[in-house]
Each structure stands twice: as C-alpha cells, then as structure tokens.
Design a protein around this ligand. Sequence first.
Ligand code: DGL
Length: 263
Amino acid sequence: MREAPIGVFDSGVGGLSVLGEIQRLLPNESLLYVADCGNIPYGEKTPEFIRERCSVMAGFFREQGAKALVLACNTATVAGVADLRRDFPDWPIVGMEPAVKPAAAATRSGVVGVLATTGTLQSAKFAALLDRFAADIKVITQPCPGLVELIETGDLHSAELRTLLQGYVAPLLAQNCDTIILGCTHYPFLKPLLRSMIADDVSLIDTGDAVARQLQRLLAERDLLAQRPSQAVKFWTSGDPQSLRKILPLLGQTASNVQNFDL
Ligand code: DGL
C-alpha cells in the first residue's frame, strides 16, 4: 500500500500548483491527476454539482487504488470535502482553504485581501473561516471571474489578463491591503504578473506547500509514505487531452501522456 498512488484533482490546471509542491516535498510518491476541464469553471457552478463531481473523482481514484486523495481546488473543498470524509472515513483526504489564518497573523496594516472564486467566497465554510480567524482584521473579498478561463488556455501574461487582474487587485490596494490571499489554486501561476503590479511590501499567500505538508503528515501517521522513487505522473482530463498536453510544460510539468476522462 505504501507504493500506491495519490489521487489529485481540480476543475482544471490550477491543481498543478499544488501537484508541484507535493512533488517537491514527496518525490517518492506516485501521482494521478485529473483535470475536470470539461466542467470548468467550478467557481460558477452550484455546490450540488460540485459535490457530485467530487464523488465521481473519489470513485475513480478508489478504483485506481489510490491510498489518499487531494482536493487541489478551494471551490471543490468548500462544497465537497465534508461529504467525502463522511463517505470514506478511513481514507486520508486533504482539502484546501484560503490562507486566512496565516494572513491574519502576517498583516501589519490590518487589511487582508482575498482573491478567490465566487463559489468559495459565498460558501458557509469560508464564512466560518473568517469568523474563526479574522475577527480582528479587515478582510476584503474579491471574486475573479474570467481569470481561470484565461489561465486554462496557458495565458499567464497577456494584455487582456493583465487588465482583468489589475481590475481585481486595485480595489484591495486602494484600501491599504498589505497581504493578498490567493484563494484559488489557479492563481499562484499569476504570481509573477501580480508581483509586477504590487509593491514589494505586499505579501502574496497561498496554501500549496501547507497542503503538501498536511498530506505528508497524514501519510506518515499511517505509515503510508512511499519508499521507492516514483513513476511519472499520470494525467487525465474531461476536456481536450491535446490542449492539456500543450499547457503542462508552461505550468511546471513535463509533457506526458494525457488520457481522456469521460466519467
Ligand atoms: N482551482 C479552483 C479553486 O481552487 C477553481 C477554479 C474554477 O473556478 O474552476 O478554487
């Protein structure tokens, strides 16, 4: 079981920002990645729809013999992780959530901005996170429709993307925000572009590395850490395998075989 793979999924390529962190921290682990590109964006879908997709993904990874599951998607986590943990109580399941706690600890101006999908920002789980960790700071939330779709085409710095992103970041900076939470796994790929728009003393925080460490902890507790060097990552997409294959190298993955996911 130690050498069994780990299932990782997202609505698209965003979860590759998390996959990269897992590969860095746990180079022995064999990884399976599903990009649900045929159903992107999750951020504009109903929680019921996303819960159904989470259940399909879990079923697929169980069939593949996965020893653990990573929801490399904030939107899928807020909608679906509770049901998955109820349905698979003995399976290590790692979800993501916007980094409100570390941002609240880091801010000096007392103003934190959150860039995330509409679905994440509207969820009860996000509201609970604010109640728990952000009582003493001001949090400005900013949904970012359109960013995910551009990133999915491999666009990380076009003029169109820059204008869209500028429009989302400007209101945060105007309110003296010094810490910006990247609350969607697609957004870490925009860090270079974002850095060119904000002052050096504004921090960008995401949770990919924390998720990789949490996965490591859960596997270690169960004596499930792989001991032998891993195989290449296996990729599936419910969208067009050819276009995913093309984008992979832009997002830190070596081009590999991408299979059709038609569940
Ligand atoms: N990458 C996803 C997240 O972390 C969502 C993207 C989408 O809207 O599909 O929230």
